[in-house]
Design a protein around this ligand. Structure first.
Ligand code: ATP
Length: 239
């Protein structure tokens, strides 16, 4: 479904991605694990069209993606950005409806809104509340709900568990699993390697702009080097 080939991205003189190649098949959950500054957000922002690569290409269903974020959303790719980025002064429901801004299938949009409220009953209770007054966890649910409202097939998720209490982290990972049940394909960037490797089918390890390891998530979770670098001495616990 998604094929990234030899992607190089730079911020001025700083090279953030140095030849990344990866693929995501329909129906998969693929995770990218990496430390702070490894280039994870840069990768997702490039796929979404916010950054222009110096070299390399991104193919979606075999075709080159247009280099415009709005057209990329229309192609079926949606992005749940790091830090949620909700519109603080708009109501929760208006934020959700903005996810559907590029759609003109109004009935289906209403049906999707219902679906979002079914998955996140907490959002339904607060639908008239200003998004800026929601808790961090609620804003994360909102950002995920907004992505569902685009009706995209491929969801790019940038550290959805960041800054959340352990119980909510569990909820967020459970919701990603539910998204898979809805037929979504997911590319998940995470620092919480333990949880991400439990959930994903396949994983890539990103270090300083390069992929240094890839394979089935189950295998990487058992790999001694991955355990030492990303899973802590007990081989678990996240972070
Ligand atoms: P984190 O887990 O901390 O969010 P990340 O893996 O998502 O990190 P990126 O945000 O992609 O990492 O950053 C990759 C590299 O690019 C870092 O060295 C960072 O300092 C640099 N970088 C990111 N954004 C910019 C920018 N707008 N201008 C200059 N350098 C940037």
């Amino acid at each position: 479904m998604l094929e990234v080939k030899n992607l190089h991205v730079a911020y001025g003189g700083i090279r953030a991605l140095k030849g990344i190649s990866l693929s995501v098949q329909k129906g998969e959950i693929v995770t990218i694990i990496g430390a702070n500054g490894a280039g994870k957000s840069t990768l997702l922002n490039t796929i979404s069209g916010f950054l222009k690569p110096v070299r390399g290409s991104v193919l979606y269903n075999g075709k080159s993606l247009p280099r415009r974020p709005d057209l990329i959303v229309k192609s079926g790719i949606c992005h749940v950005p790091e830090g949620r980025l909700v519109f603080a002064n708009l109501s929760l429901e208006d934020n959700l409806l903005l996810g559907a801004y590029l759609r003109n299938d109004r009935k289906a949009v209403q049906a999707d809104l219902k679906k979002v409220y079914q998955i996140f009953p907490r959002l339904k209770e607060r639908r008239t509340q200003r998004a800026g007054t929601l808790s961090g966890g609620e804003q994360q649910m909102l950002a995920m709900g907004r992505a569902l409202m685009t009706n995209g097939e491929l969801m790019l998720m940038d550290e959805p568990s960041l800054g959340l209490a352990p119980l909510l982290v569990q909820t967020v990972f459970g919701i990603i699993e539910q998204f898979r049940g809805l037929g979504k394909t997911i590319l998940l960037v995470e620092q919480n390697a333990f949880k991400a490797l439990q959930l994903a089918d396949r994983a890539y390890i990103l270090e300083q702009g390069r992929i240094v390891k890839e394979g089935p998530a189950r295998d990487l979770a058992r790999d001694p080097a991955v355990k030492a670098a990303y899973l802590g001495s007990r081989g678990g616990g996240g972070g």
